[in-house]
Design a protein. Structure first.
Length: 46
């Protein structure tokens, strides 16, 4: 596994959920307009 150092304001642990032909991660509404980074930390379930 690669190691990253990311500076930021808050961190969340969330599960990626299906969304149509794609997937999404829900974040708090107060984050609207913020820049975010998403890092996958495990292999997807088969």
């Amino acid at each position: 596994m690669a190691s990253f150092t990311i500076g930021g304001e808050e961190a969340l642990d969330r599960e990626v959920k299906p969304f149509g032909n794609s997937a999404h991660v829900t974040v708090p509404k107060r984050w609207l307009g913020s820049e975010v980074k998403v890092v996958r930390i495990s292999e997807p379930d088969e």
